[in-house]
Ligand binder design. Structure first.
Ligand SMILES: Nc1ncnc2c1ncn2[C@@H]1O[C@H](COP(=O)(O)OP(=O)(O)OP(=O)(O)O)[C@@H](O)[C@H]1O
Length: 744
């Protein structure tokens, strides 16, 4: 018998040693012995990696030391080394998971939520770099220092506005001087007051006083109805001049009521582009020849939402009515100045708000981001504008860099797709005392999660903690749902939802309800991403990634307003983590949060000390709810389907990160608490299937790259003709293809 020794060569790290005995004949070791080698190797290595608390990935291959062995023996040893290496790898994975205390280890429950191939988070968050910081408030200037009416100052101060923000300090004097202005300033920096104050001041100074029949003097264009309402409210708050009438026009409102309002006379009209154009074209009482000021607020958003055409039409309409008003045949006959001369003369004095007699229109464009589109819009809508940037004059802002309030703590969380739903639930439990925005991709997603959380997260059965048999929690059993257990509130917060498919009165109600609430969760689409001002909102969650980088900025910008603090968290999957690097290129740096920072909240509400079991139990609860509640299941199917449509039409710039080809659709179905296969969900959405198919997931179904089946071909044609291109996967329901390409 010869004895020899394996040594794990691990760069000065403590070594685990494995001993084996071998017959001189060179025959293979008996099975028990070779098993022992493997198990000893495992044990020693597990001990080593536990003691060093390191992942021994860099360990070199096993080497023989000080041993004379025959070729045969060497062959055996090499085979053994290979086998042991494999064993080591397995131990490494296990020890890695235990030592790092991660959640994603193989669960001993039969449910597979936690048994999956381990994926790494490789994005580097430690790269040196500074985010761009923009001050919000001006150090010295107050509203009382401006040349504006003292009553206006008094009212501003009464409303809590004393010190000027940077953008107000720089912008208001320029607008008061009658100049066309293009302004860039970060979200929540007070751009609305930057134009509202000079407009009201100019209108109050008109002598003799404005009368109702003088018609519209200023038009303010905003991208969403909520923003129109909010801006109207702000004007109402600071307007002390009773004779100046401010009104709003926006889609979804009663046209007739708006017409009546216009007929009575309105001086400042705030509205969304479509409805404004509609009234300009069809309401005779809406005369635009006296319009002396046009404001395009959230200009980047107006362009993003595809309002460019409407704006062009609106501007042309305003120009035409001005020209018609200037056309005076009598004065031409009398040998007065020609029309060109007249307009040249008035162009010289660009002081339309300051000088009531001026015939030129003053234009103000405001945005939180700058791009080529905005520059073109500025060129089209105004002549000789001044550019106002609220960044310190000494700093030259690179347009590629995004400026986000530095009072916002920005974080990201990388989750497995299957874990998304319960991780979001855990975060909502953690943020129960906060005012939270949760951004989702589509209206259907918002509807579904709103119902799911309100019914099955807010309340839990009272005796859920005791309902266990041995290791298995009854919460994981769908029968549990049928019991008439008493329920208790575990999440003491109010849920709201907001998206573009809701009717206007409901949107209004929700928006004011959420603004007034002390705490709450607003599940919403990007309809709430721009301009919406909910001052106490202190947490932003992006459950689905943004479609553009500007969307990221505007979503985050719903918190940290006017110098207040807030936090923002974006959900990413392992496949999407590259987005962090992309944000770093924009000088936006995010810190990492781990799922386990939140999952312990599930232990509390599920009365289950084991995190994995608690998470699994909640997922099971949701799934059981869907089996019982057909409407909810249908909503889940539509939500999933609309998500897949959304994800498959990411703009080119982000498509390599949010790549439909990389997603495991089976896992995504789970993230909607559905037990069906992706194809079955698509069929349910098509209405071809009324009962659920048992779940049959295989790799092919899960990561589908093949061409769609024949019955989908006509949908395929329809789809490829739609904006965004690409071919329709089997799992995308045709009905969702009819949604707008930007379903907000
Ligand atoms: N001078 C000021 N002092 C204190 N608070 C102010 C001042 N000006 C504005 N605010 C407050 O700041 C918040 C943000 O204002 P506003 O909505 O006008 O910002 P914004 O720059 O238009 O943001 P966004 O780009 O997101 O639309 C509001 O709650 C507003 O009341």
């Amino acid at each position: 018998m010869t004895s020899f020794e394996f040594t794990w060569n691990s760069n000065d790290k403590p070594t685990g040693k494995v001993f084996a005995r071998k017959k001189t004949t060179g025959s293979k070791l008996p099975k028990e012995k070779s098993d022992r080698i493997t198990s000893e190797a495992k044990t020693n290595l597990a001990k080593t990696s536990q003691s060093t608390n390191e992942i021994p990935i860099s360990r070199k291959s096993i080497q023989l030391e000080n041993v004379q062995v025959s070729d045969e023996t060497l062959g055996y040893v090499k085979r053994k080394q290979k086998k042991d290496k494999l064993a080591i790898k397995n131990v490494q994975i296990e020890s890695d998971e235990t030592s790092k205390d991660v959640v994603h280890k193989t669960s001993n429950t039969s449910y597979s939520l936690f048994s999956m191939r381990r994926k790494e988070i490789y994005v580097n968050t430690d790269i040196p770099g500074k985010s761009v910081v923009e001050k919000v408030f001006s150090a010295e200037k107050k509203f009382s220092d401006l040349e504006i009416h003292k009553y206006l100052v008094a009212n501003l101060e009464k409303s809590g506005f004393t010190t000027l923000t940077k953008v107000q300090e720089k912008c208001i004097p320029e607008i008061l001087a009658g100049k066309n202005v293009l302004t860039r300033s970060q979200t929540g920096s007070g751009k609305t007051l930057a134009y509202a104050v000079p407009i009201l001041n100019a209108l109050q100074s008109i002598n003799p006083r404005l009368q109702r029949q003088d018609g519209v003097q200023a038009i303010i264009v905003v991208p969403t109805r909520e923003l129109a309402l909010q801006t109207h409210e702000l004007f109402g708050k600071i307007n002390t001049f009773q004779w100046i009438v401010v009104g709003h026009l926006c889609g979804g409102e009663n046209r007739k009521t708006e017409k009546d309002r216009l007929r009575k006379g309105v001086h400042v009209v705030i509205g969304t582009p479509g409805r404004l154009l509609d009234h300009i074209s069809h309401t005779t009482a809406f005369t635009t020849n006296n319009v002396r000021c046009l404001v395009l607020d959230e200009a980047d958003r107006l362009l993003d939402m595809g309002f460019k055409k409407d704006i062009v039409k609106l501007v042309e309409e305003l120009d035409r009515s001005k020209t018609n008003a200037e056309y005076d045949p009598m004065s031409l006959l009398k040998g007065n100045k020609s029309k060109e001369e007249t307009s040249e003369a008035s162009d010289e004095a660009i002081c339309s708000l300051r000088n009531p007699k001026s015939k030129t229109r003053q234009t103000i464009l405001l945005s939180a981001t700058l791009n080529k589109g905005i520059a073109e819009l500025a060129d089209f809508t105004m002549k000789d504008h001044v550019y106002v940037d609220s960044m310190d004059d000494s700093y030259k802002l690179n347009p590629a860099h995004m400026v986000i309030p530095n009072t916002v703590k920005q974080e990201f969380i990388v989750t497995y797709v299957k874990h998304k739903l319960f991780t979001l639930s855990a975060i909502l439990l953690a943020k129960a005392k906060h005012k939270v925005f949760v951004f989702m991709a589509t209206s259907q997603m918002v509807d579904y999660h709103y119902d799911l959380f309100r019914k099955y997260l807010v309340n839990m059965p009272k005796n859920r903690g005791q309902m266990k048999i041995g290791e298995v929690s009854l919460l994981e059993n769908s029968d549990f749902e049928d019991s008439d257990e008493e329920e208790e509130v575990v999440l003491d917060t109010e849920f709201f939802k907001l998206h573009g498919s809701m009717d206007q009165s409901k949107r209004k109600e929700v928006f004011s309800g959420f603004r007034a609430a002390k705490k709450g969760v607003l599940l919403c689409t990007d309809v709430a991403a721009r301009g919406v001002d909910v001052p106490e909102a202190d947490c932003i969650i992006q459950y689905t990634g943004p479609q553009t980088d500007e969307d990221y900025l505007h979503r985050v910008g719903r918190t940290g307003r006017a110098g207040k603090s807030g936090s923002a968290l974006i959900f990413l999957t392992h496949e999407e983590q590259e987005y962090i690097a992309r944000l770093q290129d924009h000088k936006v740096f995010l810190k990492e949060r781990k799922p386990e920072d939140f999952l312990h909240h599930l232990c509390v509400v599920m009365e289950e000390p084991d995190q994995e079991k608690a998470a699994t139990a909640l997922q099971r609860r949701y799934e059981a709810a869907l089996s019982k509640d057909k409407d909810l299941r249908r909503a889940a199917c539509f939500a999933y389907s609309s998500w897949s449509r959304f994800y498959n039409t990411y703009p080119t710039k982000l498509r390599s990160i949010f790549n439909f080809k990389n997603v495991n659709l089976g896992h995504y179905v789970t993230s909607f608490a559905l037990k069906e296969t992706p194809s079955a969900v698509a069929k349910i959405v098509r209405g071809q299937l009324t009962t659920a198919e048992p779940r049959r997931l295989n790799k092919k179904l899960a990561t589908h790259h093949g061409s769609p089946p024949i019955h989908d071909r006509k949908w395929n044609r329809q789809y490829t003709a739609a904006p965004g291109g690409g071919s329709i996967p089997d799992h995308v329901a045709p009905s969702t293809l009819l949604l707008s390409s930007r379903p907000i």
